[in-house]
Design a binder for this molecule. Structure first.
Ligand code: AMP
Ligand code: ZN
Length: 117
């Protein structure tokens, strides 16, 4: 069923506590944890607990939970005292998506180039 945990999904395992992660925030619908390969001084991933392949399919199926992901991204930035930061949703392998469970990257703590690579 849509949104159900997938056996082969790393982020479902993190959401269920079956794979360890450095969790910084958790709500009923989301988990936020530090990226294992940080690209900035702050690099936190915010995931929904439900499984959707990417942010767009999450938003189409569960708009309230997609909003929770964004609200949590803001809270991470506040917790980390970031004035400026970037929220990234890589969508599709060609855009660098490697884990096919929706997630927001929250990046900050250094100057961020625009346009990105
Ligand atoms: P993406 O490439 O947009 O799909 O982002 C996936 C992110 O997950 C990458 O930035 C990885 O460094 C990160 N990642 C992969 N495995 C883990 C893990 N076990 N714990 C935390 N972050 C991870
Ligand atoms: Zn998943």
């Amino acid at each position: 069923m849509a949104g159900e945990p997938q056996d082969d999904c790393l982020f479902c395992k993190i959401a269920e506590g079956h794979v360890p992660a450095t969790i910084v925030r958790e709500t009923q619908t989301t988990v936020a944890f530090r990226d294992i390969n940080p690209q900035a001084p702050t690099h936190v991933l915010v995931i929904p607990k439900v499984h959707y392949e990417n942010a767009a399919t999450l938003a189409a199926a569960e708009p309230a939970i997609a909003a929770d992901v964004l609200t949590e991204a803001r809270s991470v930035a506040q917790d980390e005292k970031l004035d400026s930061y970037r929220i990234v949703f890589n969508t599709g392998a060609g855009a660098g998506q490697t884990v096919f469970h929706a997630h927001a990257h929250v990046l900050g703590g250094r100057g961020l180039q625009w346009p990105p690579g």
